[in-house]
Write a protein that binds this ligand. Structure first.
Ligand SMILES: Cc1cc2nc3c(=O)[nH]c(=O)nc-3n(C[C@H](O)[C@H](O)[C@H](O)COP(=O)(O)O)c2cc1C
Length: 173
């Protein structure tokens, strides 16, 4: 799938078939995350890839909106070092950069016709235990990957988005 088609076809997928993701495709998704840009190239991320059904099931309990992780063929936990309180600017940059890596992985997956879905993490203790994270790390997000069980990825003609004319300001706001 070409980039423009992938951009128009990506959507949050929350139910997946049992089909495993080939190893080289999973590697391609991770490589897309690795190549993401970041502020001063600090690359503040680590990725924990999970494919074991038992671990995916445990991981799906880290957040109310993470149930889809239990069904996924694979999940990538996006892990980072917390930014100390008071460093709001750096925290903003951290999340911006983690978001870029996440979106790169999701678009790479879409290009391979693999669905993806975000999950927040509210129970950090559980995430730390399930993922075996060192004490100085936290899990910012979990991303599910797998083949969509509802319908294959295809171009979304009318996305649920604000109209372009409302959000684009030309020359001045
Ligand atoms: C930062 C962030 C956190 C999200 N957390 C969750 C989540 O915990 N569970 C979930 O099912 N979807 C989650 N989503 C997915 C959004 O709900 C989804 O992207 C949005 O509704 C637009 O739908 P679309 O991605 O299908 O276009 C999250 C998305 C973002 C960007």
């Amino acid at each position: 799938m070409e980039t423009w088609e992938a951009i128009r076809s990506r959507r949050n997928v929350r139910s997946f078939t049992d089909q495993p993701i080939p190893g080289d495709h999973l590697d391609e998704i991770l490589e897309a995350g690795r190549r993401a840009p970041s502020s001063r190239n600090w690359q503040p991320w680590d990725f924990v890839v999970v494919t074991s059904r038992a671990t995916l099931t445990e991981l799906s309990r880290v957040h109310a909106g993470a149930a889809h992780v239990a069904d996924a063929a694979a999940a990538v936990a996006v892990v980072a070092t917390p930014v100390p309180p008071g460093e709001d600017r750096r925290r903003g940059t951290l999340y911006f950069d983690l978001g870029q890596a996440t979106m790169s992985m999701m678009l790479a997956a879409t290009g391979l016709r693999i669905g993806s879905g975000h999950a927040g993490v509210s129970d950090q203790d559980l995430a730390r235990k399930v993922l075996g994270l060192p004490a100085d790390k936290f899990c910012a997000y979990v991303v599910s990957f797998g083949y969509p069980a509802d319908r294959a990825l295809s171009m979304i003609r009318h996305p649920d988005r604000r109209p372009l004319a409302q959000i684009v300001h030309r020359e001045q706001y």
